[in-house]
Design a protein around this ligand. Structure first.
Ligand SMILES: *[C@@H]1O[C@H](CO)[C@@H](O)[C@H](O)[C@H]1NC(C)=O
Ligand SMILES: *[C@@H]1O[C@H](CO)[C@@H](O)[C@H](O)[C@H]1NC(C)=O
Ligand SMILES: *[C@@H]1O[C@H](CO)[C@@H](O)[C@H](O)[C@H]1NC(C)=O
Length: 236
């Protein structure tokens, strides 16, 4: 065990001394988009490498760049720069992309739908090497809710008229009405973002007391009585 470790350390030491005793070049310096897959870690003096752009990038110069390992252990300079292929951003999405009209290779667009909408399609798309997107943008479709149940002794009056269909969609609303003289415990309902609708209200008798203390006025009813739901009084 300890013998093996000593041996390994010795080997590393030997390797290190051999390498450092003779000039070599390390992996050439590269910038984004240059194909690294063909590069070795160590090169002999005089060895040459042709740098190329990897898939999805285009060279800034037409000829591939040959560089060589010099006697000082440095590489001759290269002026190869690789620029990424661009994917056009779909027009409707450009305002969301802060006005940009294209995005570089490997960009990812993430999509979300607003509350109350469900996504049909893929939630992301990436810019491929050939300048196309991996997925089309998704559609956002309004959530469906069931039809609201009417209150006992009452009905639902949809805002949308004429109302047809077996469900409602996010954003649609309705009023609850009760058979007079009853009043609903609440008057409005709508299809909510989570796809649910409210329970129907209860219809009950309500009465309001005779109004008092009207500033600068008097009440002129022939009969002073309690008022029922939706009764109005008028100030003259
Ligand atoms: C897109 O989503 C991926 C994974 O869900 C995440 O890693 C990435 O940061 C997101 N990009 C943006 C621009 O939000
Ligand atoms: C995107 O969809 C994938 C499955 O298609 C899912 O695993 C992932 O969580 C989703 N990401 C977001 C941000 O909704
Ligand atoms: C782009 O590349 C993708 C994936 O490799 C392929 O499916 C698609 O057909 C290519 N599109 C064009 C226009 O070449």
């Amino acid at each position: 065990m300890s013998l093996t470790r000593c041996f390994l350390i010795l080997c590393q030491f030997l390797l290190y001394t051999t390498v450092s005793s003779k000039k070599v070049c390390g992996r050439p310096p590269i910038t984004e988009g240059i194909d690294e897959s063909i590069l070795k870690r160590v090169y002999e003096v005089g060895e040459e490498v042709t740098l190329t752009c990897e898939q999805g990038y285009l060279p800034s110069t037409s000829s591939p760049r040959r560089i060589s390992c010099t006697g000082t252990g440095d590489w001759t300079p290269s002026d190869l720069a690789c620029s990424p292929n661009m994917c056009p951003i779909p027009k409707p999405l450009q305002p969301l992309a802060m006005g940009r009209t294209e995005a570089p290779f490997k960009s990812i667009l993430n999509f979300t739908c607003d509350d109350g909408y469900v996504m049909l399609g893929f939630n992301s798309s990436s810019c491929l090497h050939n300048g196309t997107w991996s997925n089309p943008p998704p559609m956002c479709k309004a959530v469906n809710c069931p039809l609201p149940r009417p209150p006992v002794d009452g009905r639902v009056v949809h805002d949308k008229k004429p109302f047809t269909g077996t469900n409602t969609i996010y954003g649609q609303g309705w009023a609850y009405e009760c058979n007079p003289p009853k009043a609903p415990s609440y008057e409005r309902g709508s299809c909510m973002a989570d796809g649910t609708v409210s329970e129907p209200p209860t219809c009950r008798d309500v009465s309001c007391p005779v109004p008092t203390g009207i500033p600068n006025g008097v009440i002129t009813f022939a009969v002073m009585r309690e008022h029922r739901y939706k009764d109005t009084i008028k100030c003259l």
